[in-house]
Design a protein around this ligand. Structure first.
Ligand code: DC
Length: 203
């Protein structure tokens, strides 16, 4: 059986946590598609051409432990506006979605472009302030030297770039269920997501 769950939304809205929990709950595989763009962004920081890096990307590149830094996040958002980078990454994502046993993919354009026929689509949001606060706490815990103001600025800059780009901009699919996590605990957000996905399951 294949069952595809598409989870989109802006940076730090809780997509990653929700996607992993949904995948675990249903026994599905999970792909964080942001990692593909981060891996390409990281290579451009080392001087590589973005399109060539995207075309040569391997699954091992996603295992790089340094992909979660604010610098790489901005570089990812920058390479993500390039149409040829995006098209180089489509096949990998669709192949993952097509696997037997079910798949959860999270990103920005999964429900709109990568898997427009996904069985269940969620759009996870939260206010920019809440998202920045969560990301700030995460980065501090990992030992990064950042301020709240910088993190909010980064989140807003990425949102604007991700929403306004010409190719596959961040936007909710018309048939997505929206979950605003601003005032939800992790448990509440996960429960809402699991319920929305269950509602789309046959039988
Ligand atoms: O989800 P993330 O924060 O790891 O994503 C990093 C950047 O990658 C994000 O700012 C935009 C880009 N991205 C994208 O354009 N499309 C996706 N499906 C996933 C991420």
């Amino acid at each position: 059986m294949s069952f595809v769950v598409a989870i989109d939304g802006p940076a730090a809205a809780g997509k990653g946590t929700i996607s992993k929990a949904v995948a675990r709950h249903f026994g599905f595989a999970h792909l964080d598609t942001g990692l593909l763009y981060r891996a390409v962004g990281a290579k451009t920081l080392l001087g590589r051409d973005a399109v060539e890096a995207a075309q040569a990307l391997t699954p091992e590149d996603l295992e790089d432990n340094d992909l979660r830094t604010p610098e790489v996040a901005q570089a990812a958002s920058q390479v993500a506006v390039i149409a040829d980078v995006r098209s180089a990454l489509v096949a990998f994502q669709r192949h993952f979605a097509g696997r037997d046993g079910g798949a959860v993919l999270d990103g920005r354009d999964i429900g709109t472009v990568i898997c427009p026929d996904a069985d269940a689509k969620l759009f996870v949001t939260a206010s920019a302030e809440r998202r920045a606060e969560r990301r700030y706490l995460e980065l501090i815990e990992k030992g990064h030297d950042v301020t709240r103001g910088q993190v909010l600025e980064d989140v807003v800059a990425r949102d604007t770039r991700d929403r306004e780009r010409a190719t596959a901009p961040l936007i909710a699919a018309s048939d997505a269920t929206e979950i605003d996590t601003s005032d939800l605990s992790i448990e509440q957000a996960v429960a809402a997501a699991v319920a929305a996905v269950s509602a789309k399951m046959p039988g």
